[in-house]
Every structure is written in C-alpha cells, then in structure tokens.
Ligand binder design. Structure first.
Ligand SMILES: CC(C)(COP(=O)(O)OP(=O)(O)OC[C@H]1O[C@@H](n2cnc3c(N)ncnc32)[C@H](O)[C@@H]1OP(=O)(O)O)[C@@H](O)C(=O)NCCC(=O)NCCS
Length: 159
C-alpha cells in the first residue's frame, strides 16, 4: 500500500465513505460533532483505490484521530496510515496524539495498544450523550456488547 495525505479532490469519496462506514457524514466523540469530509488525513491506496482512511483534527497543538478504518481489514492499511500519522506528528511537533474508541471495539483496542497507544481515560456512559447528538448510534455494538463507554487512548511516548 501507498499512503498519501488527503487532498481536496478526495472530499467526495471521503464523504461517501463516512456515510457507508460511520453511519453518516458526521462523527461524535467527547460530546463533539465533526464533519468527516472537512478534516485532514491520510489515505492508503492499493491498485489506485483507497483501502484505508485516517482523519484527524488539530486543536491547541494536540492531534485527535477522528476516524480510522480500512477495507479490506487485516492487510496492513490501518497500520500504514497510523505510521504516517506518527511520522507527521514528529515532523509537526504535535504535543499529543489521542483518540476515542468505544467499549465494544475490541479489535481497535488490540490494534491501538499493539501500535504504541496506551489507555488514557474512561468516560463511562458517554455514549448516552453521543446518541443525543447522533441518534443513529446503535444500543448494541460489536460482538453483541452494549455500546456504552468511550475509551481515550494516546500515543506513548508522545511525538
Ligand atoms: C481497526 C482497523 C482500523 C485496523 O486496520 P487494519 O487495516 O485491519 O490493520 P492492519 O491490517 O494493519 O493490522 C490488523 C491486524 O492484521 C494483521 N495483519 C496486518 N497485515 C496483514 C496481512 N497482510 N495479512 C494478514 N494479517 C495482517 C496485523 O498483524 C494486525 O493484527 P495484530 O493487531 O494482531 O497485530 C480495522 O480493523 C477497521 O477498519 N476496523 C473497523 C473500524 C474501526 O473500528 N476503527 C477504529 C475505531 S476508533
């Protein structure tokens, strides 16, 4: 896979991708709504087609990973875009790289912890507030686990 930063020309497929993979053009984390297609990010490309997408937002010198997903999974696209982000974080001297995932996402918890992230906080019950902002968030998540909490992870050591 080849990884490159997102460009303006990517906005249309990013928007479509967000609708298909994230249930809408907006994602909610820590009680905030973000428009995926407006964010910076990295795309993993294979045979001219996007196979992985990471989007992020910079605020006060900190970088929040807003979305990350790959299709097909398990072929290295997720690792490739995370590596590109970590390199960018060192170059741009961001203070902190952090993200939020949910209690049901065991694969993501494994993935992030094996790639240099550590748990930083638990927001128990946070999905209730997220559901007020985005009612399409289901009650039951992956593996049949009730979707309830946000877990914050951060890159360790910081960039
Ligand atoms: C979490 C996610 C982004 C990981 O991306 P990915 O592209 O599957 O990641 P990779 O392929 O780089 O690595 C995943 C696993 O596949 C393995 N793998 C990597 N390349 C592989 C290959 N060529 N063949 C087989 N397995 C491979 C890796 O060893 C890794 O396993 P590990 O965690 O035991 O080390 C992806 O599973 C996904 O899109 N999940 C759904 C959306 C999501 O939950 N996103 C995170 C929300 S915060």
């Amino acid at each position: 896979v080849l990884v490159r930063p997102l460009e303006d020309a990517d906005r249309d497929w990013v928007r479509e991708h967000a609708r298909r993979r994230w249930g809408g053009e907006r994602v909610v984390s820590r009680g905030r709504v973000r428009e995926v297609a407006g964010l910076a990010g990295f795309a993993a490309i294979e045979d001219g087609r996007p196979v992985g997408l990471l989007t992020y937002a910079i605020e006060d010198g900190d970088c929040e990973v807003v979305t990350l997903d790959s299709e097909p999974e398990g072929r290295g696209a997720g690792s490739a875009v995370v590596a590109a982000l970590a390199a960018e974080a060192r170059r741009r001297r961001w203070r902190r790289v952090w993200l939020v995932t949910t209690n049901d996402n065991l694969r993501a918890l494994r993935f992030y912890q094996r790639r240099g992230f550590r748990l930083a906080a638990l927001y128990a019950g946070a999905l209730e507030e997220s559901r007020r902002l985005k009612p399409s968030i289901p009650l039951v998540g992956m593996h049949g686990i009730p979707l309830r909490d946000e877990l914050e992870l951060e890159l360790d050591p910081p960039p």
